[in-house]
Design a protein. Structure first.
Length: 518
């Protein structure tokens, strides 16, 4: 009997190693596999396709003796969380040993690269363009256009850079892919290199991901001959959110300070070491082997409008079924959070979800009809970003969340432009004054003839007007999206939860209750 247990960092954090050790001590044969992505069930034990979870070492005798019905989830592949997904990028999740070349080849690995070599660079560019694949790192830029720009820019050298900085809150899909299916990313990068005429590439992995770095390093070594003459290197991130911004990342790979570069020139024209460079997210590159192996149509057939293919969505925060859920674009936010995610882990009502990382808008349940689709989100002043959904129950304090956004921006700013560097600090101060009354005490003292409540309302309205003005300056005056998008969480919190800011709410036909005039 073979017992399969994941060695993904989330499984390890939940105690997978002691469970595996207990099985080994009992004489069982252990296979360490990638994670299925059902994090609330980790450590998940698999025996002949049947799952048991979440387990502890103390459960091992009962599982081995067939007395663990309470932990049984039946056949893992039939579990609704797995069966209802459309796994294209994460097709191997839970099914293969991450560093086994045999497992990779047996599940269709290298088929995409072989086809890329057979059809030639120009046809690869056509296939990626026809697939409708857009960057999964945040901006949603079409991959085919970026790749073609690099391929067509005259140069003696070109590079492929994988952005694996994964700084967004509540996101872990890049990490899971790198730890669970590293050859898939390597194959995607080799296909990109073939299409663009690049000789070498770098994977920039955040320093907080030691397991991913170890797996990638071993996988690169194991597949060196297969992807030759393409040569790959791993670079450990510098530990700053802004190092995920592509130009800042390129500076960091070059050994410089992680400061944003002004665009133009685009990295596709002048990127790493001044050469044309494809910078793509892990999920973008990992989607490519499927597109080449199965054809662009097999990918473009999924999704809605201009959001084609599938998106690995990460359910996190206060949610019952936290984990990775890959599905075609178009599913509604409410379906994801309530039906698939099972609502809050605390059992309390949902107050807000933040989609797209720390710079994403807070969305109230009244907007849960919103489909997961780049354009629909942009139309609602929100972001899909890297597909991370963080859930908050009704105990969340939205003014504190707005302050956190400003604080995050102040701490993580690269300092190059004033709206972000100073604006975030002033924003934090303004929110503190809204919270505490701040200057209110002075005003009330100076205006004894005025009723306190009126004075309080007036001062708070002044501070809110200042905050709104400041957010506009940051949004339109910042050099990159760190400063430019910080207003999204701040203004969405203010708009939808005015009571948390001490403001009255009004009814809005489209949005439910919102702040007056915001
Ligand atoms: C402040 C900031 C942080 C970012 N962090 C990441 C990140 O961690 N991972 C990522 O892939 N893209 C990140 N991006 C987006 C990248 O700049 C870039 O758009 C992306 O790597 C391009 O790849 P894609 O087209 O495959 O999405 C960030 C952007 C900004 C402004
Ligand atoms: S917006 Fe902030 S992070 Fe971006 S360039 Fe300006 S100072 Fe740097």
């Amino acid at each position: 009997m073979i017992i399969r247990i994941s060695d993904d960092a989330a499984a390890l954090a939940c105690g997978a190693d002691p469970v595996a050790a207990a099985f080994e001590k009992a004489g069982a044969t252990i296979e360490r596999v990638s994670s299925w992505g059902m994090h609330w069930l980790e450590p998940l034990v698999e025996i002949d396709g049947h799952g048991f979870g979440p387990t502890t070492a103390a459960d091992v005798p009962a599982i081995l003796q067939g007395r663990a019905d309470a932990l049984s989830i039946g056949l893992i592949a039939d579990h609704p969380f797995i069966a209802s997904q459309r796994r294209l990028t994460f097709a191997r999740a839970g099914r293969t040993r991450p560093l086994s070349l045999d497992d990779y080849a047996a599940t269709g690995g290298w088929k995409g690269l072989e086809r890329a070599h057979a059809i030639g660079a120009e046809a690869v560019l056509d296939a990626v363009t026809a697939s409708g694949l857009r960057g999964r790192g945040g901006a949603g830029f079409p991959a085919g256009i970026k790749w073609r720009t690099v391929a067509n820019t005259p140069a003696d050298r070109r590079y492929i850079v994988c952005n694996a900085d994964e700084g967004d809150s509540g996101t872990f899909a890049d990490r899971m892919l790198m730890e669970g299916d590293p050859f898939c990313l390597i194959e995607g990068m080799a296909i990109a290199a073939h299409a663009a005429g690049a000789g070498s590439g770098y994977i920039y992995v955040r320093s907080e991901y030691p397991h991913a770095i170890a797996k990638l390093t071993a996988a690169i070594e194991a597949s060196r001959a297969i992807v030759a003459p393409f040569v790959l290197h791993v670079r450990e991130g510098a530990g700053a959110y802004v190092c995920g911004e592509e130009t800042s990342l390129l500076n960091s790979v070059e050994g410089k300070r992680g400061e944003v570069r002004a665009k133009p020139p685009l990295p596709a024209i002048e990127g790493l070491f001044g050469k044309p460079t494809i910078v793509n997210n892990v999920l973008t590159l990992a989607a490519v082997p499927f597109i080449l192996a199965e054809g662009a149509t097999a990918y473009v057939d999924h999704g809605v409008g201009r959001s084609r293919g599938t998106m690995p969505i990460q359910l996190a925060g206060n949610i019952r079924h936290a984990g990775l859920y890959e599905t075609a674009f178009g599913v509604t936010l409410g379906e994801l959070v309530n039906d698939i995610g099972g609502g809050t882990a605390s059992g309390r009502p949902i107050k807000a979800v933040q989609v797209g990382g720390p710079l994403g808008a807070y969305i109230p349940p009244s907007a849960f009809h919103l489909p997961f689709d780049y354009e629909a989100f942009a139309g609602a002043d929100a972001l899909i970003g890297h597909g991370g959904i963080v859930v908050f129950d009704d105990s969340a304090d939205m003014l504190a969340q707005a302050r956190f956004a400003m604080d995050f921006c102040a701490v993580e700013s690269c300092g190059k432009c004033t709206p972000c560097r100073l604006g975030a600090v002033r924003g934090r101060e303004t929110l503190d004054r809204i919270r505490s009354g701040g200057r209110l005490a002075d005003v009330v003292e100076a205006l004894p003839q005025m009723h306190n409540a009126t004075a309080a309302g007036r001062v708070r309205a002044d501070e809110v007007a200042l905050l709104t003005d400041l957010c506009e300056t940051m949004q339109y005056g910042s050099l990159c999206a760190l400063g430019g998008f910080t207003p999204y969480p701040v203004m969405s919190a203010l708009r939808h939860w005015p009571e948390d800011f001490g403001l009255p709410a009004v009814e809005d036909a489209g949005q439910g209750r919102v702040a007056q005039g915001v």
